[in-house]
Design a binder for this molecule. Structure first.
Ligand SMILES: NC(=O)c1ccc[n+]([C@@H]2O[C@H](COP(=O)([O-])OP(=O)(O)OC[C@H]3O[C@@H](n4cnc5c(N)ncnc54)[C@H](OP(=O)(O)O)[C@@H]3O)[C@@H](O)[C@H]2O)c1
Length: 296
């Protein structure tokens, strides 16, 4: 597959930022920096992913108390321009001034002067107006290129986008995988209507409904075998499948094992046909009613 054929998701142009096409699979970093693997292994995994085209890297001040950001900083030391870098602010740090200093701390740990995308990690008690004001100031200062939110359900999205400047929300990052399809009822259609792409976290079901069963599921495994792929690759290809001809979900699996990284990158070229998608739909139907937003 040439780089031109890589499935992408477009973030709309914003101010002086041109529209950008991002590969539909990126890399997560939760649990990095916690000594589950050595820092060298984690750095190598991220760099390998970058080389294989997984150029979006998602992190947060929360992960390992900044430790994951330090790992990302090491991985990007001599190749910052190769990555689209995303980090997140704790809700209690998302005030008018506190979000500015939280971002500056993240930048220090990441050893960079800007984030490509900065997200509010989940809705909290700080008024959204304040967070938005801070995001706009950070943008003016060139410290972030775009902003967005995470773990926002439809009512939160409506509230955010109704604020002055809120329509510039670039993405909503939420839990989404084959076993956890609640967002398909109303949040995803709403985001599609408002042209706000989704970043799918836990795309290989590390958390959320059915998390322990999905990789071992007989239908997932049967389809994987038919396609000469792994069950995780089927889950990734499913998460990023185009709907009505449009692709607007970016999956961000976290992987430290190099074989996992390679599989996840190769999943960019795995296509599920209509029949495979119908079989997965039958095995794991989307709920027919609004459910609580699944979170970890
Ligand atoms: N916004 C939020 O509130 C939020 C919440 C959770 C996560 N996130 C973000 O989303 C990212 C992804 O979510 P997640 O890390 O919770 O879960 P995940 O990506 O669904 O699962 C990660 C686990 O899957 C394993 N894995 C990776 N690739 C695999 C493959 N090809 N085959 C088999 N196993 C594979 C990893 O193992 P190894 O590491 O050993 O390779 C790791 O144990 C996070 O890292 C984080 O950046 C955001």
């Amino acid at each position: 597959m040439s780089r031109q054929d890589v499935p992408t998701v477009t973030l709309a142009a914003l101010g002086d930022q041109p529209a950008i096409d991002l590969p539909a699979i990126g890399q997560g970093t939760w649990y990095m920096g916690e000594n589950r693997a050595t820092p060298e292994e984690e750095v190598r995994a991220l760099q390998q992913g970058l080389e294989l085209g997984l150029t979006l890297i998602d992190t947060a001040e929360m992960y390992a108390d900044g430790g994951a950001e330090k790992i990302v900083g090491k991985a990007l030391q001599d190749r910052r321009d190769k990555a689209f870098l995303v980090s997140k602010v704790y809700p209690w740090n998302a005030g008018r001034d506190s979000a500015i200093s939280a971002c500056e701390q993240s930048l220090k740990r990441l050893k960079t002067d800007h984030l490509d995308l900065y997200l509010l990690h989940w809705p909290g008690s700080v008024p959204l107006e304040e967070t938005l004001e801070a995001f706009e100031r950070l943008q003016e200062q060139g410290k972030i290129k775009r902003f967005g939110v995470s773990n926002f359900d439809i009512d939160d999205m409506q509230a955010f986008t109704e604020l002055s400047g809120g329509k510039r929300c670039a993405v909503n990052q939420v839990l989404y995988h084959l076993g956890s399809r609640g967002i398909e009822h109303s949040l995803l259609p709403w985001q599609r209507q408002h042209d706000i792409p989704t970043m799918a976290y836990c795309p290989i079901a590390q958390g959320g409904n059915l998390r322990r069963e999905l990789l071992g599921d007989p239908e997932v495994n049967a389809i994987a075998e038919e396609l000469n792929a792994s069950p995780a690759q089927v889950l990734l290809a499913w998460a990023i499948r185009p709907v009505d001809g449009k692709r607007d979900v970016i999956a961000i699996p976290k992987a430290v094992q190099l074989d996992h990284v390679r599989q996840n990158a190769a999943a960019l070229s795995l296509k599920l046909d209509d029949e495979a998608i119908a079989r997965l739909d039958a095995a794991f139907p989307a709920p027919g009613r609004k459910t609580h937003l699944d979170i970890v």
